[in-house]
Design a protein around this ligand. Structure first.
Ligand code: SF4
Ligand code: SF4
Length: 183
């Protein structure tokens, strides 16, 4: 994913341009943190993450554990009275940490995340079986969750055949030219 992190911008401006959000509309109500699926194990709650962005604490944000345990459930976004898209911000920060070579606090989560994005880039959808094999090879445990995979295959919950979406170029365009807010 292309990131627009021009050094002339503050971190807040950079995130607002790339994530289509206005952080000035956050009034610290904490509804995002109160509903967060994994807030109880985050090192920084969603409300604090917004404050850290405003304070320009990029280094702290790119190293935080919360980046790798956010499950992108969208509850924070749904509850926010100002409709601030926090999952999009988390995604942006994850990508930025990766591009800067920062080691994830949960390497296996990052490996899974990257393989999933690669699969979507190549086919426009997740190729579950090949992705799980790649993941198991990457973590050095070929038979990881093999029992569950077999049960899911039998129930038709996993796609054994590789197929691509028809408009694959459109999907790739989203990776190369993510929508940016003008101005
Ligand atoms: S719910 Fe929205 S307005 Fe309230 S603290 Fe969270 S981001 Fe800010
Ligand atoms: S998307 Fe992430 S930050 Fe938002 S509620 Fe879900 S786990 Fe928490």
């Amino acid at each position: 994913m292309a990131l627009d992190s021009c050094t002339n911008y503050s971190l807040q401006e950079e995130i607002q341009r790339n994530c289509d959000v206005n952080l000035d509309t956050c009034y610290e109500c904490g509804k995002c943190s109160g509903g967060c699926s994994n807030g109880h194990i985050f090192d920084f709650t969603p409300r604090k993450i917004i404050q850290l962005i405003k304070l320009g604490q990029e280094n702290t944000l790119l190293h935080m554990d919360a980046l790798w345990i956010c499950v992108a459930c969208n509850i924070c976004w749904d509850r926010c009275p100002s409709s601030i898209n926090i999952p999009r911000i988390m995604d942006y920060l994850r990508e930025k940490a990766h591009q800067q070579g920062i080691t994830a606090t949960r390497p296996q989560v990052e490996t899974f995340h990257r393989l999933m994005l690669d699969s979507i880039y190549k086919r426009g959808r997740v190729a579950e079986v090949p992705m799980m094999i790649q993941y198991n090879l990457a973590i050095g445990n070929l038979f990881n969750e093999s029992g569950m995979a077999a049960r899911m295959l039998l129930k038709g919950k996993l796609r054994p055949v590789l197929t691509s979406v028809k408009q694959i170029q459109t999907v790739r365009q989203m990776f190369n030219n993510p929508k940016k807010k003008e101005g």
